[in-house]
Structures are given as C-alpha cells and as structure tokens.
Design a protein around this ligand. Sequence first.
Ligand code: SF4
Ligand code: SF4
Length: 162
Amino acid sequence: MVKAKEPGIIHFENLDPGFCNEVASLPGGENIRKCFACGTCSAGCPVTTIDEEYNPRKIIRQILFGMREEVLKSPVIWFCMMCYRCYARCPQQVNFTDVMRAIRYLAIKNKAVPADILSNNDEIDRLSQLIRRDMVKHTIEGRKQVIKEIKSKIDNVMESNH
Ligand code: SF4
Ligand code: SF4
C-alpha cells in the first residue's frame, strides 16, 4: 500500500527503483550516477541563494533514491534558470542543467506539472523574451552607431587627404 506523504520522511514502499535509470536513459541524464554529493552545484546556484528549497544536490539524491513522485510533482524543478553554473563547476561532469531538462521532460510527459506552474512559466518566458529582444535591439543599435562614427571618421580622413 502506498503510504501518505509526510514532509521529510521517506517511505521505502513509495520509492521507484527504476526512476534513476529512466532519468539516466534520457539525453542529458546520462551522468547522474557520477554525483558524489559534494554540494558544489548547490553552493554556486543563484536560485539556491534566494530560495533554500531549491537545492540541486538534494534533487539529485531524490532521483537516485527513486523519489519519482516528489521530484516530478515538485514546483522547484521549474525554478532552475538554466544558467549552467553548476554544469561548469561540477567536478564529476554530472551536467545538472541537462539533468534538469530530462526531469522536466518526464514531468511534462507524465502530466505531473501543476497548472499554475505552467501559466507562471509562460509569463516568465514571455517577459524574459521581451527583455532579451530589447537588449538585442539596444546592442544592434549601439553597433550601428559605432559603425556610423567609424565611417564618418574615415570619410573625414579621406577628404582631408584630397
Ligand atoms: S557538483 Fe556535481 S558531484 Fe557535486 S553534488 Fe553537484 S552534481 Fe554532484
Ligand atoms: S543551471 Fe539551474 S541548478 Fe544550475 S546553477 Fe543555474 S539555476 Fe542553479
């Protein structure tokens, strides 16, 4: 019988021993078993610094233990900013950012994503795309201005040489 969830308590009966294999079989999840729980990923994660509930090392342990439901239904798996800091710093090349992509894929495939998380994420994506677009526009316009100034200097030099 599946036991009711109590925060912080792991019930052996609720664990899915195949969960880790499932994650490891997906693109990005291949190296999950290499993790030796050093915590470097959590220590450098910008999301963990603002919300301790989000902890890459803990998420990896949960996957290795087979805590399928806890992981796939957890809203925190949608907090990752995909900044690749953990990826760059991991001494074991676990590639946690890509592990996170695999977990999200499974959460969507298993329809385990809370509806409010989906709508919040849509809104965050929309706003971040708008900011990105404005930044790209600003950069391109800045470059155009620099090119214009260089051209003008070249024209002045050419004219003074005639
Ligand atoms: S940095 Fe790498 S090895 Fe260390 S806990 Fe994170 S994923 Fe595991
Ligand atoms: S990719 Fe995600 S888990 Fe890794 S450091 Fe960035 S926010 Fe944290």
